[in-house]
Design a protein around this ligand. Structure first.
Ligand SMILES: [Fe+2]
Length: 236
């Protein structure tokens, strides 16, 4: 059996239906915002696996709203407070968000080599992309970290998180401590989300759940995502 696939940055993209647009076109809204980043210098540095008792759609909604940060992620909130955040926006099939953080921290721009010739304006920037429906990536000055999540059941999702670092930072002894700290940062951060997502899943099953409300300021992109999911299901 042959499957359509394309490569980008050591990642293999497979399109089972065979009707997706060309990969470079699909990724274009992300690539045009990351022209200052030399991704050819990236090397795979490690992987984290998670399995959580929550629906895939809840997982992806959580990826795109920063509204929960102040309540769920104390360390991330300290690193990038709510006043440097905005809601993000969709461009074609890619959701984009970013912020300028006040100072580098362990796991985010501190102690590891940065992309070569990165302009000052990007040295304190965090960029976040979701390429609908399946590919999420965080770009900091010292890394490219991607998340891919797979629905296993209506109440179960598997997440893979892959960290790519610049050059020798990916595997040399010299950078072992900051590399381990970076991967531990992602592990802690994602477990904070998992605890909350599993409670959300339980809440959805409660007879008291009435559908809830979205914040017009923070959750317009989340609303858009729900519409995209429904349209894709209906069109199949
Ligand atoms: Fe989160």
């Amino acid at each position: 059996m042959q499957l359509r696939c394309e490569l980008w940055n050591d990642c293999i993209f497979v399109n089972v239906s065979g009707d997706a647009q060309p990969l470079q076109e699909w990724l274009f809204p992300m690539l045009k915002r990351t022209r200052n980043y030399d991704f050819s210098k990236l090397r795979w540095a490690g992987k984290l696996d998670f399995e959580l008792k929550a629906n895939w759609k809840l997982v992806y909604e959580n990826y795109m709203e920063g509204y929960h940060v102040f309540a769920v992620h104390p360390k991330l909130l300290k690193f990038a407070p709510m006043n440097v955040r905005w809601s993000g926006e969709w461009t074609e099939q890619v959701f984009y968000n970013d912020y300028i953080f006040p100072a580098p921290a362990e796991g985010r721009g501190d102690g590891l080599p940065r992309y070569p010739n990165l302009p000052d304006e990007d040295a304190r920037r965090g960029l976040w992309f979701l390429c609908f429906p399946h590919f999420a990536a965080e770009v900091y000055p010292d890394q490219f970290t991607l998340l891919v999540s797979y629905p296993l059941a209506s109440d179960k999702t598997r997440e893979e998180l892959h960290v790519f670092l610049i050059g020798d930072a990916a595997d040399s002894e010299e950078y072992r401590l900051p590399r381990d700290a970076l991967i531990a940062m992602w592990d802690d951060l994602n477990r904070e989300d998992i605890g909350m997502l599993e409670l959300l899943q339980l809440g959805r099953l409660s007879p008291a759940y009435d559908g809830g409300r979205r914040s017009p300021h923070w959750e317009a992109p989340t609303h858009d995502f729900g519409r995209r999911v429904i349209e894709n299901i209906i069109s199949k």
